[in-house]
Design a protein. Structure first.
Length: 330
């Protein structure tokens, strides 16, 4: 049996030569192949590894955390879930956030991509926000993940003045806790583990400042449902959220027993493919940006039953709750 550790971001394999080498070794030795996705949950088809796997008599097993992974050829998928559930629960279960809302949106980006860059720059220029955005052009991990070319390709932008101005202000950091700022400077490498550690252990101190969090999830292309600590954190900290993620993300959260916020704004964006979602999310941001602090506080009080329900539901969550997606309807 040959095992390959596959390091990914959305739709991309970081260590492709190494993985292809292991695939060829399995073929040469006529052995089963295990592709371990390193506790991540991309849609396997978006990684384009099937063209290297081809067809042979021995089994290919993919270990994934994508709860809605579609069947691909004769590949066997073994699911491991949930992700970051216990870590988030244990680290934040004693945290109480005393809201003092004076910003509309919170958004925390440790590593860029085209959607995060587009949304972060828009929010920075058009909305009262409490945000981080880590970009230092001298670091390869930041240059390789900026997403500027894909942003131009996907969104057809021709005027990049506001984005260039936003990048000139980066890195943006939060101010309340110097320890958090120190942690943010350590983000790097092909995994987002540094960012996740910050998200779980440090950023809870920032939630008092803002009304709603824009969550930019890790995997969004193709057919995937992989909520990470980025989604669990606002739930634990009694904060409403907007999710830039995979298509039908909010619908699947609701299938698990969570409640969302369509009483207060249009959540139709979650029915859209990933490349169209940011357009619709910006409409929600614009709507909220015109609300006064008083109006945001009134909305926040109205949401308390939902926020309390979601935290309770999260504390009850087990791996069995993900089994409903074996017959996913989306």
């Amino acid at each position: 049996m040959v095992t390959a550790l596959v390091l990914t971001r959305d739709g991309y394999v970081w260590n492709l030569p190494e993985v292809v080498s292991k695939i060829e070794l399995a073929k040469f030795q006529n052995e089963d192949l295990i592709l371990d996705l390193n506790n991540e949950g991309p849609d396997f088809e978006t990684l384009d590894l099937t063209r290297y796997i081809g067809n042979w008599d021995h089994r290919t097993i993919v270990i994934t955390r994508n709860a809605v992974q579609s069947l691909v050829k004769a590949i066997t998928f073994k699911n491991k879930y949930p992700h970051w559930h216990d870590t988030t629960k244990n680290s934040l279960k004693e945290v109480i956030v005393e809201k003092n809302i004076h910003k509309t949106v919170g958004v925390f980006v440790g590593r860029s991509n085209e959607h995060r860059l587009y949304l972060s720059s828009y929010i920075y220029n058009n909305c009262s926000a409490h945000q981080t955005f880590r970009y230092e052009p001298q670091l390869d991990v930041h240059k390789n993940n900026l997403g500027l070319e894909k942003l131009i390709e996907n969104y057809g932008l021709t005027n990049l003045v506001s984005i260039a101005d936003f990048l000139s202000k980066s890195p943006l950091t939060v101010n309340d806790d110097p320890d958090v700022n120190t942690l943010i400077k350590k983000i790097g490498g092909p995994s987002e583990s540094g960012g996740e550690a910050i998200s779980v252990y440090g950023l809870h101190k920032e939630y008092k400042h803002f009304f709603v969090e824009l969550v930019c999830e890790t995997y969004y292309s193709g057919r995937t449902f992989f909520p990470t600590e980025k989604t669990w954190r606002p739930i634990m900290l009694l904060t409403p959220f907007i999710v830039q993620g995979s298509q039908w993300f909010l619908h699947r959260l609701r299938d698990m027993g969570f409640q969302t916020f369509d009483r207060w704004w249009d959540e139709g964006y979650s029915e859209d493919p990933a490349n169209h979602q940011p357009h619709e999310i910006i409409k929600v941001i614009d709507y909220l940006a015109h609300k006064s602090t008083k109006e945001l506080n009134i909305m926040y009080k109205e949401m308390q039953p939902i926020l309390q329900h979601n935290k309770k539901r999260f504390m009850e969550l087990t791996s069995k709750d993900f089994e409903i997606f074996e017959n996913d309807r989306y």
